[in-house]
Design a protein around this ligand. Structure first.
Ligand code: ADP
Length: 270
């Protein structure tokens, strides 16, 4: 009774306690949804999301990016988005980048980029659900969701509400040895979401004089983590920082996320 399919803002306990998946607006269709998760903030989750989105767009796919990191959004800056979100016929219009990627991020709703979002978890989850079901995505081959960091309330609701086809975990070598990444893996396994693998960021540095790759954390040879493949190792790269800060991540063309993109393409073919 009175169900608006927005479990995030509802205290009801319908369907035997099982949270219902959100239903997308009838002007949009999405073939494949991949979540990008990290144990904590600052490890490069948004960077990997934006690099994968750019590569998939270069390959000719119709790509969307949903920035579900509502309190720490970075997609607007990464893609150089200055415009605010508009609405049309009751749906939110995403921003379309130079390469055709459709992006929605909470910064696009704020008057000033540095305004904080001081909301409780249920309000944040409610906005994530709106960003999924009420955005005019039109036809997408793949939607990448930049998940909120960690295994807290908002991540949990996002996992439960959005029909994810797969999940990628981004980590740094130091985080990998802690138990934080294992918690994210356990969460994905408990919720039966297929894990494509782990991307290790800030993995090494390349010596500017001799070009040698230096693995500061001694992580050169690890290829898997608790049975899940490491889908790529990304070095500290000043060019990345410059492009992200300048809102030009789509211009990056090194192969750092190629294996991840292969895996996403595999999921899209399933
Ligand atoms: P998260 O989404 O996990 O909070 P971000 O993707 O926003 O982290 O990355 C945090 C900051 O670190 C950003 O300014 C980003 O440009 C920078 N950064 C991330 N990975 C790298 C890297 N491999 N080389 C250089 N800068 C990086």
């Amino acid at each position: 009774m009175g169900c608006n399919h927005d479990c995030a803002s509802c205290s009801g306990n319908c369907n035997g306690g099982e949270i219902q998946k959100l239903i997308l607006n009838d002007k949009s269709s999405i073939k494949c949804i991949i979540g990008v998760l990290s144990g904590k903030g600052g490890v490069g989750k948004s960077l990997v999301t934006s690099l994968a989105a750019s590569k998939l767009a270069q390959l000719g796919y119709k790509v969307g990016v949903l920035d579900a990191d509502i309190t720490g959004p970075s997609m607007a800056r990464t893609f150089g988005i200055k415009d605010k979100a508009w609405q049309k016929e009751g749906l939110i219009l995403p921003y379309t980048t130079q390469k055709g990627i459709k992006v929605i991020s909470s910064n696009m709703l704020l008057e000033n980029d540095d305004d904080p979002i001081l909301w409780r978890g249920s309000m944040i989850s409610s906005l994530v659900s709106q960003f999924y079901k009420d955005v005019l995505w039109e036809e997408l081959d793949v939607l990448l969701i930049d998940m909120p960091p960690g295994t807290g309330d908002v991540s949990l609701t996002t996992f439960q509400m959005i029909p994810l086809d797969g999940l990628v975990i981004v980590t740094t070598p130091q985080e990998l040895v802690s138990m934080i990444v294992k918690k994210s893996i356990n969460m994905a396994e408990t919720m039966n979401i297929p894990l494509l693998g782990v991307v290790e960021n800030m993995s090494y540095v390349v010596c500017p004089t001799c070009n040698e790759s230096i693995y500061i954390y001694g992580n050169k040879d690890n290829q898997e983590y608790y049975g899940h493949p490491i889908l790529g190792k990304i070095p500290f790269d000043g060019e990345l920082t410059r492009l992200v800060d300048g809102g030009k991540v789509e211009d990056f063309n090194k192969d750092y996320v190629d294996e991840l993109v292969n895996q996403i393409q595999g999921k899209m073919r399933e």
